[in-house]
Ligand binder design. Sequence first.
Ligand code: 5GP
Length: 182
Amino acid sequence: MQQDKPETLLSREEIGVRTARMAEEITEDYRGRDLVMIGVLKGAFVFLADLSRQVELPLEIDFVAVSSYGEDTRSSGVVKIIKDIDLEIAGKDVLLVEDIVDTGLTLKYLAGMLRDRGPASVEICALLNKPDARKVDIEIKYCGFDVPPKFVVGYGLDYAERYRQLPYVGVLEETEGSEGTD
Ligand code: 5GP
């Protein structure tokens, strides 16, 4: 399934305009609060880098890494944490930043885990959302784009670790489903 140039779904210009708007909303909403942005590795690294640089507030950044998507997650909803955050989040306002929400299982689990640590708030910001694939109810406070149930790559998202560096979001041919490696 290697393609030199996946078909464009969202151009870098479209992503840039939407990301700037989301950063403005976050700047308004978190003024005077103690913001910690937590990116879910690896997929969110590009989005978090672009988004955070446009949030005009003091903030902290950390990352969490979870296990690859697999049957265990699908059936139990339990996600294996490969790398936990280093920061203390008690009393702080956490914004979980994710590349794409599919079933919602990963973020549901992560948000619950972080809420147990006593933050002032936990909200979710995702660049992409696949509403058709949702299995659990989660609120995405800041959502970039709804996308169809196709396998997307680029702007941080991979297929077998390739394509993360593409500056746009593209669709791989003849794909459906969710086989990124987080
Ligand atoms: P969820 O727990 O919401 O089902 O899973 C979200 C994770 O699945 C994302 O962080 C990502 O790693 C992976 N994923 C879901 N859909 C896609 C997709 O279309 N492309 C890629 N590359 N990964 C996806």
